[in-house]
Design a binder for this molecule. Sequence first.
Ligand SMILES: O=C(O)CCC(=O)C(=O)O
Length: 300
Amino acid sequence: MYGNILSANAHARPLPPARLGAMITTDAPAASVHAAGSAVKAAFDRDGCLIHPHPVLAAEQISRAARALYDIRDGRFETGRPPPDSNWKPGDDVRRLCKIEQPQRADRAVLEAISSPALGRLAAAATGAREFVQAWWVQLLIKPPESAAQNTQVGWHQDESYWSGWEQGSELFTAWLALDVVAEDSGPMVFVPGSQRWGLRPGGDFYGQDLEALQEKLTTGAGGGGGTDAWRELPVCLPAGGFSLHHRLLIHGSRTNRSSRDRLGLAIHLRTERSQPKDGAWEARYLDDPTTCPKIWKAS
Ligand SMILES: O=C(O)CCC(=O)C(=O)O
């Protein structure tokens, strides 16, 4: 899959489509994580995204976490801690896109899933983290199959436009962890590789449903032209337990789920030691609580 991303970029010097993911999902110490991961970092720097189409959780962990997603959606909180205020409330129409904030506070199966050491090692390799990778905010996402009445697309956007509580240049990125198979017809997340180099652009909207209009705004809007790279779309198809990574400035969105199953996943917002929250920022609310914001990789 790394090969697919790399070969899709006509400007890039081709890197061998090595099984990089497999190399760094071993129990390697930090130094060898970075040695094995230098090609991963080069790919992430260039494309602003990576797809790891291999499970990083055991089958039993995946099914416990998937069950937990439905428990949380339905208002059953294993730890007794409800998630903080969310766009979704128990009892809402299940044909809507369900997005719940910090679900790992409500269920330890979710905490365990987001703490995957293999995910942490790949995230460290992709960014070149030297001290740690920490999950600072998580979103549960259940995208139901298409229904005439509801809009479940995710409009083109850049995550950074929602994260004003971090000092400029903070190293922030996102892992999207699949808890069921995500196929081309499931309404997978779609990346625009290379778009992280276009800078922060006006006009993105997570809840926008007119993706063509959003693309127009993001590429030709008030901020100027669309950068040097052409608009190219990469669907993020994953096995259950697989994950992707994307840069805070990468343009991404997702379309309707045309399959017969819910699309189940967790968006795990991550940071490295090269990040600093501003005083009083909501983004820093749970940073000191390891049961909400675990460090999923630390230098040994
Ligand atoms: O789940 C989706 O389709 C979009 C998620 C997203 O925007 C993100 O993880 O940053």
